[in-house]
Write a protein that binds this ligand. Structure first.
Ligand code: B12
Ligand code: SF4
Length: 446
């Protein structure tokens, strides 16, 4: 199994996609070798040597990112060109079938399979189908080039929260980013205009058993000394309150871990914040997504800026640093809403804000449909290379300058996102590891 993700933006993230599929393969009786292009010496010669020594019957490739989704990216990163090169190296090393999967792959499976020239692809959660796929190949059965894994009604099984950790990789990622990552649920019931998460995971939320999550954390702690986690759920604070059950399990087990996750600005009461903090919550990443009510409506977020404001206040009250991710230039954005948005962001105290310019158009989203209707892209425009949505109501350059000026001189306001990466590198060179932005939030200041 090869993880191709080399992005360190905003920090390196443990390849749990590869690890989860590897765990399923191992449970199915297969021998698995995991190879991580970021963590290991990944020169062509070394990779070829590893492949020939292991002599696999199948190679699995895990693709996490297509690009950086940042229209201002000075390096214009597009990871599929490196993936194509990798494919060539793999083909030179072995003639066995290559199976491709991962979140990037699942967004545009046909296009990516064709572009990379893989033999088979899996859309969605690989752990449910990988052994069956291999059995079918062994038996010589005719199977489709692309297998759909849509297990959207089943509860999350323990395998999903139990990846095959590789000690060398755990060491690398804890040294580099101070944490590893883990899933507690999958799916998102919301319908935000630009978002592929429901396409990837479905709208039905499937929950992991809180005791399974706690067991697994205990294992990570005991075996690897892990004390900091990122829960990768699309939205951690689900409407049913499963996240509070997770927090209760962590408190009950006295795990004493620190954790963070992606939240939605929706009601957590005082008791909720207390419980989350006691369970180890030390920072919140918030999918605020837009800064004015008009832009929030254009994205179909289902909340208003008042909700963001109230959530931020509650986080400050609980002394939990909060990072807001916002995108300017989306549907419904105008010159007036940009000014209003920047004014609104200014009112948010003791928090970080990271702003993006325009929105990467991805298939399966209503933003894609709208971009075609508004003539921003033509029907049939290939989306493998990034196209961005910019509202017809704004001038892109002028908008970028306005945001830059508004954020000028502030360490807690980041635009464009590559500035954040620069800041992270600086802090890394000073020996800091982890989220890092949480250290820039100062509760002593207003
Ligand atoms: C959590 C998350 C983050 C967190 C990660 C924190 C952390 N410490 O892990 C943060 C906020 C830091 C982040 C940052 C970024 N992210 Co992000 N992130 C996610 C999210 C929500 C979950 C990813 C995850 O870990 N899932 C859990 C694992 C188990 O699932 P998985 O990797 O998909 O693997 C499963 C399947 O894909 C499949 N599979 C995987 N590999 C293989 C291989 C084979 C052979 C097979 C058969 C199957 C298979 O089976 C696996 C098990 O079920 C996804 C969206 C989503 N809902 O998937 C976006 C997502 C992966 N992110 C994305 C992007 C773009 C980014 C950034 C580049 C954005 C930016 N500029 O900041 C950075 C890059 C970070 C990096 N260093 O790589 C995109 C990638 C696609 C794209 N558009 O290019 C996604 C899909 C969201 C989107 N916009 O559509 N991200
Ligand atoms: S942006 Fe967040 S809340 Fe909206 S659909 Fe995507 S994951 Fe769900």
């Amino acid at each position: 199994m090869i993880s191709t993700n080399t992005s360190q933006d905003p920090y390196p993230v443990y390849p749990i996609g590869m690890a989860t599929v590897s765990a399923a393969l191992a449970a199915g009786g297969h021998d698995v070798r995991q190879f991580d292009l970021l963590a290991e010496d990944a020169s062509d010669e070394r990779l070829k040597g590893v492949i020939s020594r292991f002599d696999p019957h199948y190679v699995g490739i895990s693709l996490r990112n297509i690009d950086s989704v940042d229209s201002c990216d000075p390096e214009d990163r597009w990871y599929l060109s490196a993936d194509l090169r990798l494919m060539k190296v793999v083909r030179e090393a072995t003639r066995v079938p290559v199976i491709i999967g991962g979140s990037a792959f699942s967004i545009m499976p046909e296009e990516i399979l064709n572009y990379l020239g893989g033999d088979y692809g899996v859309v969605g959660e690989g752990e449910h189908v990988i052994c069956g796929l291999i059995d079918a190949l062994v038996e010589g059965k005719a199977i489709p080039r692309i297998t759909m894994s849509r297990h959207r009604d089943a509860p999350l099984n323990a395998a999903a929260t139990n990846p095959m950790w590789e000690p060398g990789l755990v060491k690398f990622y804890t040294e580099q980013s101070g944490m590893v990552n883990m899933v507690t649920k999958r799916g998102c019931p919301h319908h935000c205009a630009y978002c592929t998460y429901p396409v990837l995971e479905g709208h039905t939320v499937r929950y992991g058993a809180p005791d399974d999550v706690a067991d697994h954390l205990q294992h990570l702690k005991d075996s690897y000394g892990i004390d900091t986690l990122y829960f990768t759920d699309s939205v951690f604070n689900d409407g049913k309150g499963h996240y509070l059950e997770i927090a209760e399990a962590l408190v009950r087990r006295e795990l004493n871990v620190k954790w963070t996750a992606f939240f939605r600005p929706a009601g957590i009461d005082k008791g909720g914040w207390d419980l989350l903090k006691r369970s180890g919550l030390y920072a919140v990443e918030l999918g605020s997504d837009a800064a004015s009510d008009a832009a929030l409506l254009g994205l179909n977020k289902g909340f208003t800026f008042d909700d963001i404001y109230a959530f931020n206040d509650a986080a400050v009250e609980a002394r939990v640093p909060c990072a807001h991710y916002v995108m300017f230039g989306g549907p419904g954005e105008t010159r007036e809403s940009i000014d209003e948005g920047l004014h609104n962001l200014n009112l948010l105290k003791n928090c970080m804000v990271m702003a993006f310019s325009g929105i990467r158009i991805l298939p399966g989203t209503t933003l894609h449909v709208r971009a075609i209707e508004e003539g921003i892209i033509a029907k049939g425009t290939p989306l493998l290379k990034p196209s961005y949505y910019f509202s017809p109501g704004i001038d892109r350059e002028r908008m970028n300058d306005t945001i830059k000026n508004a954020f000028e001189g502030r360490m807690d306001r980041i635009f464009p996102p590559s500035e954040g990466a620069r800041l992270m590198k600086k802090m890394n060179s000073l020996g800091y590891r982890g989220l890092l932005w949480d250290r820039l939030v100062n509760f002593g200041r207003n």
